[in-house]
Ligand binder design. Structure first.
Ligand code: NAD
Ligand code: UDP
Ligand code: UDP
Length: 331
């Protein structure tokens, strides 16, 4: 039987008609920009797993082929090495836009993906960030809060880039009728996370495995809320498939100081692990915790995996990669 055919218009959305996969759903062709990255590769696994066709656009700036190598050879998977700062022509139903160089080119990539969504009538999902709230004066943060961002600070390139990306997304929705979705993602961790991009969870876990002291910045009393990656992926898909634009906070409301996080890593990996204090970066948000009532009510979504259950799930992956690195160095 023919698995896939192009007709006129997809009854769900977009211009790409498909015959059904399973009951009540049609196979879709979905772009995931940044799909070779940490979050993107888990999202791709889920979409492929439920029977859709996935095109990953990635320039491997921070992502790795290893994250998607298990999908090579799958006829429903395609990997394009491409920088989203350059325009691209594709025919697709949905676009998950995760690619995000930590620089102003963020804005150009978002513009191109919105242009693509407009041309083909695809639904577009932006992965924004809790950083749009800056160093928040409201706690926990609700989606209605406009944030407290220093426009000229060290972190502002990322924060303001995402704020601009949200603005563009809403402008394409209002001006051009593009179907859009906005997720504000809070700190997320899990297997395949970049080993060396300096995030606190990856740093502490890698340090504990390497028997190095865990680097606590500042007094370690600042707070964050850590979400396991599968919870985030479920939230992203619920948002894309649902009827609400957002923005939606997607995060785990469990709140930890960095000292508490170090304790959990210690309990999970090595009871003899130690910490060392290092100077903190400028404008570091003092606290962060999502109010997720909106996502609970409208997306019927909430995270299921608390930190103490999620951390052990990334340890094997980290151990293996650290071991391979050491072998690579001839150690
Ligand atoms: P990641 O760095 O692992 O993934 C980003 C991917 O985008 C990488 O594979 C990278 O190679 C690719 N990329 C970067 N620039 C590109 C370009 N110009 N063209 C094509 N590909 C490009 O990061 P992640 O943690 O998976 O984050 C995914 C998205 O979620 C990002 O938009 C990020 O801002 C957002 N987010 C993540 C977190 C988190 O805690 N992980 C929190 C808030 C928001
Ligand atoms: N774009 C793209 N793929 C498409 C359609 C548009 O990459 O299939 C890019 C296009 O090159 C432009 C951006 O998206 O840089 C915005 O497109 P839009 O049509 O909204 O803007 P315009 O070209 O009218 O300025
Ligand atoms: N942090 C830390 N040690 C590290 C890396 C980060 O104590 O090795 C702190 C950092 O100062 C911040 C928090 O952990 O207060 C979260 O930092 P991360 O870069 O992971 O995420 P973000 O600042 O984007 O929330």
């Amino acid at each position: 039987t023919q698995e896939f055919s192009v007709s006129n218009r997809n009854p769900i959305h977009g211009k790409m008609g498909r015959v059904p996969v399973g009951i009540g759903r049609r196979r879709m062709r979905i772009v995931v920009t940044g799909g070779a990255g940490f979050v993107g590769s888990h999202l791709v696994d889920k979409l492929i797993g439920r029977g859709d066709e996935v095109i990953v656009i990635d320039n491997f700036f921070t992502g790795r082929k290893e994250n998607v190598v298990h999908l090579f050879g799958n006829p429903r998977f395609e990997l394009i090495r491409h920088d989203v700062v350059e325009p691209i022509l594709l025919e697709v139903d949905q676009i998950y836009h995760l690619a995000c160089p930590a620089s102003p080119t963020n804005v150009m990539g978002t513009l191109n993906m919105l242009g693509l969504a407009k041309r083909v009538g695809a639904r577009f999902l932006l992965t924004s960030t809790s950083e749009v709230y800056g160093d928040p004066l409201q706690h926990p943060q609700k989606e209605t809060y406009w944030g407290n961002v220093n426009p000229i600070g060290e972190r502002s390139c990322y924060d303001e880039g995402k704020r601009t990306a949200e603005t563009l997304t809403m402008d394409y929705h209002r001006g051009d009728g593009v179907e859009v979705r906005i997720a504000r993602i809070f700190n997320t961790y899990g297997p395949r996370m970049c080993l060396d991009d300096g995030r606190v969870v990856s740093n502490f876990v890698a340090q504990a495995i390497r028997k190095q002291p865990m680097s606590v910045y500042g007094d370690g009393k600042q707070t964050r809320s850590f979400q396991y990656v599968s919870d985030l992926v479920d939230g992203l898909v619920a948002l894309m498939e649902g009827e609400h634009i957002g923005p939606f906070n997607l995060g785990n409301p469990g709140e930890f100081t960095m000292l508490e996080l170090a304790e959990v890593v210690k309990d999970t990996i090595d009871p003899s692990a130690t910490i060392e204090y290092k100077p903190n970066t400028a404008d570091d948000p003092h606290m962060r915790k999502p109010d997720i009532s909106k996502a609970k009510e409208l997306l019927n979504w909430e995270p299921k995996i608390p930190l103490r259950e999620g951390l052990p799930l990334m340890v094997n992956d980290f151990r293996n990669r650290i071991l391979n690195e050491d072998e690579g160095k001839g150690a």
